[in-house]
Ligand binder design. Structure first.
Ligand code: 13P
Length: 243
């Protein structure tokens, strides 16, 4: 179902004390018509689940193992993250693909497993700069989507377009690039929420929200600051909140 979502990806930031502090600030500051999701590191999930309990903020993990349990040293299962209150899980983030070598097959297995365990995957797709420069951006995104969502009930997923070259640079992709790619993704996935990610800030959120097929954001750096994150949600809502 297509709806507005603003999600925070805290990546590998904070210690427990700071995570709790920012989570509390978020509960206080964020008032939004959109669905708000915070995805902290695994080790903070249980604690933050209690903090978000009576708020509008939902909890998500940043990754998971496709298996339920067993001899998988260092992995975290869907049952475990569901058990500590997660409703969402980010899958296929470009940092997982490019730093930790996850491929389309791995990501598809995780998407299927997440849905089986009643977790809603936020499936990340996006091309690198060299792929874009070589005219392959649409082919890459198509391949990532077709593979990740093969045989999957589209009602149960969220897609995030995150061009790798716009992540962590402070400069979001330009309006034309986002418009074209979101339209392209829309043709493939229909009524699924399509988020944009890559240097979303309080200062560019309104402009990005105005792009037709942008249903929300996946925010990295700016989500580490509760004030900036709540402003991003506010700016988005002014344009599209509650839709
Ligand atoms: P930044 O907002 O820091 O560019 O990160 C985007 C991202 O990777 C969110 O998943």
């Amino acid at each position: 179902m297509r709806r507005s979502i603003i999600a925070a990806n805290w990546k590998m930031h904070f210690d427990m004390e700071r995570a709790v502090e920012v989570a509390r600030q978020m509960v206080e500051k964020v008032k939004s018509d959109s669905e708000i999701i915070v995805c902290p590191s695994f080790v903070f999930l249980d604690r933050l689940s209690g903090i978000f309990l009576n708020s509008q903020i939902k909890l998500g993990a940043q990754n998971m193992c496709f298996k339920e349990e067993g001899a998988f040293t260092g992995e975290v299962s869907p049952i475990m993250i569901r058990g500590v209150g997660c409703e969402y899980v980010i899958l296929g983030h470009s940092e997982r693909r490019h730093i930790f070598g996850e491929n389309d097959v791995d990501i598809h297995k995780k998407v299927v497993s997440a849905i089986e365990h009643e977790l809603k995957p936020i499936v990340c797709v996006g091309e690198t700069l060299s792929e874009r420069n070589n005219g392959k951006a649409f082919d890459i995104v198509e391949r990532q989507i077709v593979s990740a969502l093969d045989g999957v009930d589209l009602d149960k997923v969220v897609v995030a377009y995150e061009p790798v070259w716009a992540i962590g640079t402070g400069v979001a992709a330009d309006n034309k690039t986002i418009t074209e790619m979101h339209k392209f993704i829309r043709e493939m996935v229909g009524d699924v929420s399509i988020l944009y990610g890559g240097s979303v800030k309080d200062t560019n959120a309104k402009e990005l929200a105005e792009i037709e097929d942008v249903d929300g954001f996946l925010v990295g750096s700016a989500s580490l600051d509760a004030g900036k994150f709540s402003k991003i949600a506010e700016e988005f809502d002014k344009v599209k909140g509650g839709k």
